[in-house]
Design a protein around this ligand. Structure first.
Ligand code: N2P
Length: 364
């Protein structure tokens, strides 16, 4: 009897406690926003398995989190408006610094920039940052607009006569009012955070002025792919996504040359935050993950892979020289001086932005 039971008992002993103890970290991050090697190394070093989901717009992230019980332990919202709003709604858990000794590796100046919305930086650490601009096929844009065209302005996209000439080549805009409207307002010479009715009307007019020349308004992840293959000729999206597409296009070696345009009118600058939802199932694993990410060598690997600058200065010497010296990855001080950071519009303005965006997508 005992003999027959033994294998069963061994089986139970071997599997049950392991299953009960298996630690899982549920990550919800932007697409193309980590070095896969870092995730594998985290699991190897800690034994914590990672369940990894991605989103490609702030609207998607906020929708998922606002419903509650997302089941995620780590999320990566932009400081404003998303992180600020989640924080205000009580949807984020205070971070226990004692569990994150590598917190000291964070850039004090960058952390100070987000302390206005999160006093004492209690709820988040800057992960990566970047700008909003245009990914372009350099030769095609020159061919369509003339060799003299200035490749540093949103004029390429937003002047209707330019958009018309580029329409056949393929214009795309990322599907995110939150991350598109501020740049349009700035290009118009308006307050990028303006939310008065006339600001929004002006932005809508500008967008409608090019609407019929726009091939698609689509998720930022699809834009990255379309830039890499050459299917998109001009696309409004995030800086590092363009630079990743540029690298992929070079590797493919099919004659697609992708360039990034940081708007001289002033680029939108954003900071993405590592944060823990208030109802995270495994907050201990979340703390362990943040501590792991904030190591200089891990962060350097991430910046090398995704082409966004991070918030750990000691990682800088470990970043590949070509990435470190790329002004589109690390914007020079003059460009930063002209940049602006988005704010958090009041609820009614946010609703109006959503309606405006739906009209833009519909084309009327
Ligand atoms: C990564 C998207 C960049 C994050 N694919 C924008 N805040």
């Amino acid at each position: 009897m005992f003999r027959r039971l033994l294998p069963l008992l061994v089986l139970i002993a071997a599997t049950l406690p392991a299953a009960a103890q298996e630690r899982v970290l549920n990550v919800y991050n932007w697409s193309d926003y980590i070095d896969p090697y870092a995730v594998a190394r985290f699991t190897r070093e800690t034994g914590i398995r990672v369940r990894y989901d991605v989103y490609d717009s702030l609207e998607t992230l906020e929708g998922k989190l606002s419903a509650g019980r997302s089941g995620y332990d780590i999320v990566v919202p932009t400081s404003e408006p998303t992180f600020a709003r989640l924080l205000r709604a009580g949807a984020l858990r205070p971070i226990d610094r004692a569990a994150i000794p590598n917190w000291r590796n964070l850039d004090a100046t960058l952390m100070e920039r987000v302390a206005g919305i999160d006093p004492g930086n209690r709820h988040g650490a800057v992960y990566l940052w970047g700008t909003v601009g245009l990914g372009i096929r350099v030769d095609r844009v020159r061919a369509a607009l003339g060799p003299e065209v200035a490749l540093d302005s949103l004029d390429i996209l937003l002047r209707p006569e330019n958009a018309q000439r580029l329409a056949r080549c393929g214009i795309m805009v990322m599907d995110s009012p939150t991350d598109v409207l501020p740049s349009v307002l700035r290009w118009l010479g308006r307050d990028p955070n303006g939310h008065a009715a006339e600001d929004l009307r002006a932005a809508e007019q500008a967008l409608m002025g090019i609407r019929r020349h726009v091939r698609t308004i689509i998720a930022s992840s699809s834009i990255l792919d379309a830039l890499a293959t050459g299917e998109a000729c001009v696309a409004l999206t995030y800086s590092g996504d363009v630079i990743q597409a540029q690298a992929r296009a070079r590797e493919a070696n099919r004659g697609v040359e992708v360039g990034y345009v940081m708007p001289r009118e002033g680029a939108q600058l954003w900071f993405d935050m590592l944060a823990i939802p208030a109802d995270a199932p495994n907050p201990d694993a979340a703390h362990a993950f943040i501590n792991f990410l904030l190591q200089p060598d891990v962060m350097a690997g991430i910046t090398n892979h995704v082409r966004y600058p991070n918030a750990v200065p000691a990682s800088r010497p470990l970043v590949d020289e070509a990435v470190r010296n790329d002004p589109n990855v690390f914007p020079p001080p003059e460009a930063l001086a002209r940049s602006f950071v988005a704010g958090t519009p009041p609820r009614e303005a946010e609703r109006e932005r959503t309606r405006l965006w739906a009209r833009f997508k519909r084309g009327r």
